[in-house]
Design a protein around this ligand. Sequence first.
Ligand code: SF4
Ligand code: SF4
Length: 449
Amino acid sequence: MPMIPSRYNITIQDYPDTGGMLIFNTLSGSLFELEPDYRQSLEALQNGNKVNEADMARLAEMAEEGYVVEDEETENNLVIHNIRAAAYGSSPIVKATVVTTMACNLACKYCFESGMEKSPTMDRETAQMVFDQIVKRAQDPSVKAIDIDYYGGEPLLNMDIIRFLSEKFQEWCEENKKSYGFTMTTNGTLLTPDVVAELKPLGFQSARITIDGVKEIHDARRPFRSGKGSSYDTIMKNLKDTIDMLPITLVNVCSEESMKQLPELLDELEERQILRKLAAFQPGIEQAYLDNQGKVCGSMDCALTKESAENFLLAIHELFRRDLPPRGELLQGANCSVTAAQGLLIFNADGKMYKCPVLMDRPEYTVGHVNEEMLNKHHYECVTKEIWKQCLDDTDCPYVPTCGAGAGCRFVALANSGDLWGDGCSRKFHDHYVPEVMKLEHMKKFGET
Ligand code: SF4
Ligand code: SF4
């Protein structure tokens, strides 16, 4: 069988030991430490040198991990298959984000909502149509569960819609032998024990609270809209009071400013006996938004730049140092719901539907309305554009299998060029982030330093 090295290998020479090599394949997801003789066999193949029988045996072993493949066409066909399966494949879980209101009790400096003129709040009539749209998708016998994330604005400012929808979903799921659960992305200021106690029987499974760093930074960036009190202190109290009631993930936005004081924040969470009770402490990338004129506001850290990779890595290193490695596969990459046929749908409070939270309230990126039967032409354009072909065919980029459905982030493209289908490349981020995380994952796997 002919053999070539995979296009999707990322390697770190002489790591962890001189002569060896750490190798990760973005297509197979396999991370390994290659002994010097395996490295030499792979390099002989790479350089077109003669390979002997022992080399062939090692190369055959490496083929099982995807580091060596039959030929370029076969490998690329697998990439195409995986991207299309992710875009068109069905899932046993219908996932949706429901924005109960765009109103918020905080006045965050960078919030995309601040670029909007109005803050719609969902009424029951709209919620009924949201319900109808979601159960229409869940009727397929292959669907086993409905999973909603309530989002905002601040979703808890419209508890009525969370109750209304949850009761209806629970009833429908019971009748149809499916399960219903919901999560919530909240600023945490209203997440009191009473709220958690009321919502848990309605299917509340976990919450995600975002903070911007230590008290000084957080309060400066996320003050109460009323101007009174400390949102940081309120969140810390609520966290302390609810942490034993519900899995809570605390997302810390990794700005350059917040990273300098991350150890201080973690020390404080440790002292308050919150840190180790969290479902996870996650470094998060700050979100930019486009205002009504299409101007980029807030931080462009979300553009996945080298700088955002550096901030993100600082946080990950600190968490590893404290024996709190972030959950999940750090090397897995994220899919982009904009280009997926069956991906996440976001129902805005006014009934408009979107495919990405940061594109919300931009009418040109609406994919439908809850009162319409069909999704509109923009949805079909997003799915059938297959923009990843450019990255696959016109570049030698090794990150296609893990880079937002093979073509970076559409919002970054929009922010960079004003064109949703423009250049959304995040290669600088990957080049910086992936090798460092390979070392950390290797350390986690094999306990080496
Ligand atoms: S456009 Fe970017 S932010 Fe939006 S879903 Fe895709 S990858 Fe995520
Ligand atoms: S967008 Fe950039 S980093 Fe992502 S797959 Fe395409 S070329 Fe690679």
